[in-house]
Design a protein around this ligand. Structure first.
Ligand code: ADP
Length: 603
């Protein structure tokens, strides 16, 4: 430091003059020496004051810029520049303690020209650094070669270190590193005052470094958590895109390998049906070595996240169990480096949590599909088998009724009517059931064509008109003159309208009114059947369209029906690309509407 050099030189001069003053000198020379000594002492005093004030000013100046940036690299560069500027040292080093490993990391090194030092120039005394970290106190040595504390040290000898100064960086009560400066060529460069200055600076530098470190690590932790959340949400989307078990397993396996940087991945599922549960492997058997059976067995014995060393020295198996409703339903297993990071392990556990739900949903869906298929097959067989005897019952009843096998009494005729009506009811049930089963199994055959909806309405009404008249119901039709063209199966459209008008007829008392409207709107044809009947309560409305649902009302119960008409109607409309809806008020009546597309669509 410039001023300190001057002070040292003046001290030398002071010593020389004092020595001279002790000699026998001519009187004039003696008084000249005394004067010179006096002036020298005054000069020394003012120089020292100057140096102190200068130090404080310099410290204030360099400290001001600290803390402005939260970028760790920037802060380290600022600290190094300030250290060189403050101490005038030949070289400066900054060493930080790694919070995880406690190792010392040399994070910055600069020379007086403010150039970064190359690795080969990093010749520092580790003894000095370790001693500062251990004792938490700064060290200054004016000549390390002669200092009994350090002169024996290899680095001091080999690197020919002379002036060394080192101050601890202390933040939040912990020593987070040291600032180390040295001058190899000259001794006596640093004084205790310099060390005080360096200590004062180190206190501020430590806070700035710690803040930047905290900010960087929080920032990094946040952004990695954010990117993990993004990944997981993408995984969720992919897992839930299809309720197909194989798809769910493969998606899970791929993500597990990708995100944990594993070399291989397996999904193991516990087979629930087997009494001694065996484990079923993932779908990619064949393109990977088989998973060690010991690892598979481990999933049952110890269903917890765990790392099992593999035969290969560097490899391990990480197991992330798939748990659902507190049961282990399987596991994700990856072959990964033994050093797999904690965050990768955590990711696999989170993935397992999501995959478990998706696997369970897919399995449930599979089971439901299986049960549905079995039910549809059963219905299809039963309806087919019932149709044949019913046809023969109906045929023979008609023959007897017509008197072909002999004259029948009035009572016999009455009985035959009862048989005939019940056969019709059963035939209607079989027909509805077989329609539902065919639609569910995708086996329904529709004869699509462009139709004029008015024709289907009039055809239906002509067959039902007598029924309406029997109940003295007023029939109102509101149909436009222009043909309403729809693309549908004409006989199925008649079936739909018949079901809805029959319901209006059944559930509207004598003398009530039934109105049928039809109109075009957008790309659809609307049909509407309104009645002034009993209406449907709000609670019953929620169950409408459910198979076998019938209101408990005695008015409903005295009518024939199986509670399948609306369900069949809804499904038929759906397969024709249409919809159904309704509005109803108890005691006032109901309106059922349906739509049919006007254009051809993919069948
Ligand atoms: P079903 O008429 O054979 O009972 P549906 O599936 O056609 O079977 O109708 C189911 C139930 O919905 C009926 O039992 C009845 O309770 C109610 N419902 C249907 N249409 C009407 C209507 N127009 N007015 C009042 N209730 C109705």
């Amino acid at each position: 430091m410039k001023k300190d050099h001057q002070i040292a030189t003046l001290n030398e001069l002071d010593r020389a003059l004092n020595q001279l003053a002790t000699q026998t000198l001519p009187i004039q020379t003696r008084s000249a020496v005394h004067n010179a000594l006096k002036q020298l002492q005054q000069f020394q005093k003012s120089l020292k004051q100057d140096a102190g004030a200068g130090r404080l000013a310099a410290l204030y100046q360099v400290s001001q810029s600290l803390g402005v940036s939260l970028n760790l690299d920037e802060v380290l560069t600022q600290v190094m520049d300030a250290v060189i500027q403050l101490t005038g040292a030949e070289r400066g080093f900054l060493t930080l303690v790694d919070p995880d490993s406690n190792d010392l990391d040399l994070v910055a090194a600069r020379n007086i020209q403010q150039e970064n030092l190359s690795q080969k120039d990093m010749e520092v005394s580790h003894t000095v650094i370790r001693s500062v970290i251990a004792h938490g106190e700064g060290v200054v040595t004016t000549d390390a070669q002669d200092d009994p504390r350090f002169s024996e040290q290899d680095s001091v000898i080999v690197y020919a270190l002379r002036s060394i100064m080192c101050a601890p960086l202390r933040a939040r009560g912990r020593i987070i590193g040291v600032i180390y400066v040295d001058n190899r060529a000259h001794s006596g460069i640093f004084t205790n005052d310099d060390l005080d200055l360096l200590n004062a600076f180190a206190t501020q530098a430590a806070i700035a470094i710690e803040n930047a470190r905290l900010y960087t690590s929080t920032d990094q932790a946040l952004s990695s958590r954010l990117s993990e959340l993004e990944t997981l949400s993408q995984i969720d989307q992919e897992l839930n895109a299809l309720l197909d078990l194989d798809h769910v397993l493969e998606i899970t396996r791929q993500w597990a390998i990708k995100e944990s940087k594993a070399t291989q991945g397996w999904i193991v599922l516990c087979d629930e049906e087997d009494a001694t549960p065996k484990l079923v492997s993932s779908p990619q058997e064949g393109d990977a070595p088989n998973l060690d059976q010991g690892v598979v067995a481990r999933i049952r014995e110890h269903p917890a996240p765990q790392l099992i060393p593999a035969k290969d020295d560097n490899l391990a198996y990480f197991i992330a169990p798939l748990s659902h409703a507190e049961k282990t339903i399987g596991a994700i297993v990856v072959a990964c480096p033994r050093t797999v990071s904690y965050s990768d392990q955590q990711f696999l556990e989170r993935l397992a949590g999501r995959a478990a739900t998706a696997v369970e949903n897919a399995r449930l869906y599979q089971a439901i599909e299986f049960a549905n298929e079995a039910k549809s097959q059963f219905v299809s067989i039963v309806t087919h088998e019932l149709r044949i005897p019913l046809t023969s019952i109906k045929g023979y009843t008609d023959l007897i009724r017509q008197g072909i096998v002999g004259k029948i009494t009035d009572q016999q005729a009455e009985f035959l009517d009862v048989i005939g009506n019940n056969v019709e009811r059963m035939a209607a049930l079989i027909s509805d059931l077989s329609d539902i089963s065919r639609i569910e199994r995708g086996k329904i055959k529709l004869a699509f064509d462009f139709i004029t909806v008015q024709n289907q309405i009039l055809e239906t009404l002509s067959s039902l008109r007598h029924k309406l008249e029997e109940k003295s119901q007023i029939l109102v039709t509101d149909l436009p003159e222009d043909p309403l063209r729809a693309y549908a199966d004409p006989s199925r459209v008649v079936q739909v309208i018949t079901n809805l008008v029959s319901n209006a007829w059944k559930y509207t008392p004598e003398g009530g009114q039934i109105t049928i409207r039809a109109y075009a709107k957008g790309h659809q044809i609307y049909g509407e059947i309104s009645d002034t009947g009993i209406g449907i309560s709000e609670e019953e409305q929620t169950k409408l369209f459910t198979q076998f649902f019938r209101s408990e009302s005695p008015i409903v119960r005295e009518q024939t029906g199986w509670g399948l008409g609306l369900s069949v109607t809804q499904r038929l409309l759906e397969v024709m690309g249409g919809e159904i809806g309704f509005s109803s008020q108890v005691g006032k009546g109901s309106t059922f509407w349906f739509t049919l597309p006007t254009t051809a669509h993919k069948e």
